[in-house]
Design a protein around this ligand. Structure first.
Ligand code: ES4
Ligand code: ZN
Length: 326
């Protein structure tokens, strides 16, 4: 019997987590009051009631609106502190945090305040409970490439914290090919490369992320299941997918968790991991994504252990840290 406790106890790495997507309604209102920002919702309950999405864009509209309350280094530290405590309680021992600098610098927040605030909380978590983590700078694919280039230039000064680059926001109509040059510069500087692809976009975007961006992991990638040749390639090349089951259901990328391709991808030999994406918005952190998959798809203990192990192996943690966690 695969109990909740057994799933929470598995040591795991969180590889697909947008730190801005951990902003719970309660903290949003606390920060709004503290910073003198007015949210267009009367109460925590009214905001929480908006967490009912039709697709990726309907979620992104709320996600970008709500992050207006995040202004200072201390705000980013508090956001991250609360996330790391919850994640640790669900077995997460290493977390690679996506952040969206363009969404903050466009509002007048300094790039370094974002990185330093998140970094303060990472340092604290390492001291207090031995958890490790790092940052992945995500480019907003629905913004101009020149803006991504500016974000990368700022990021290259902060490789003390930033270990890689990613690509997120509205996918359809914004193919990975647009960012080939930005990724080339990031990789030349020694950064790792990942990219969201095949969440709402077609399998072709997954191929582009591999061929043009040289992505080492694919975030989501679930639409790869529509293309058997691509599935075979992902397995052959050992490209991990960072799958987010509750996100896919909430954003209607998959009609029902019982139809989710996670186990079909696993059965085809693809290295899959289970992650939480934007847990404040999608109904659960890492542990709840595992329990939801167990309930809907009948996860075996063997599968659960393998997915958790793959998350550690597929992480960008140091060899020593991985060895300690495996
Ligand atoms: C995201 Cl679920 C998802 N997809 C694409 N971009 C995102 N940014 C935050 N969450
Ligand atoms: Zn994501």
């Amino acid at each position: 019997p695969l109990t909740d406790d057994a799933l929470l106890a598995l040591p795991k790495a969180e590889l697909h987590l947008h730190i801005e997507g951990t902003l719970e309604p309660g903290l949003a209102f606390e920060l709004a009051a503290h910073n003198g920002v007015t949210l267009p919702y009367a109460s925590v309950e009214e905001l929480a009631a908006r967490y009912d999405f039709d697709d990726l864009q309907s979620f992104l509209d709320l996600y970008y609106a709500t992050m207006a309350v995040l202004l200072t280094r201390a705000d980013f530290a508090e956001l991250t502190r609360r996330y790391l405590r919850r994640a640790h309680a669900q077995g997460v021992r290493h977390a690679e945090l996506f952040f969206d600098p363009q969404a903050h610098t466009a509002r007048g927040v300094a790039f370094d305040d974002v990185v330093d605030g998140i970094g303060d909380a990472l340092d604290e978590a390492e001291r207090e409970f031995g958890m490790t983590g790092s940052l992945i700078l995500c480019f907003l694919r629905d913004q101009p490439v020149a803006s991504a280039e500016e974000a990368l230039t700022a990021g290259l000064k902060r490789t003390d914290r930033i270990v890689g680059v990613g690509l997120d926001s509205a996918e359809v109509g914004y193919p990975p090919s647009l960012f080939e040059g930005v990724y080339a510069r990031a990789r030349a500087a020694g950064l790792h490369a990942v990219a969201h692809a095949g969440e709402e976009g077609p399998p072709e975007y997954v191929r582009e992320a591999l061929d043009l961006l040289h992505a080492e992991r694919i975030d989501h990638g679930i639409r790869s299941i529509e293309d058997p040749e691509l599935v075979a390639r992902l397995a052959q090349e050992r490209i991990p997918l960072t799958v987010c089951p509750l996100s896919n259901v909430r954003l209607q990328a998959t009609p029902d968790l019982r139809d989710h391709p996670l186990l079909r991808l696993d059965a085809a030999g693809v290295r899959v991991t289970v992650n939480s994406d934007d847990p404040a918005y999608f109904g659960g952190y890492a542990g709840q994504n595992f329990t939801a998959v167990r309930d809907a798809l009948g996860l075996t203990e063997d599968q659960a252990r393998r997915f958790a192990r793959t998350s550690i192996e597929a992480s960008f943690a140091s060899t020593e840290r991985k060895a300690a966690l495996l």
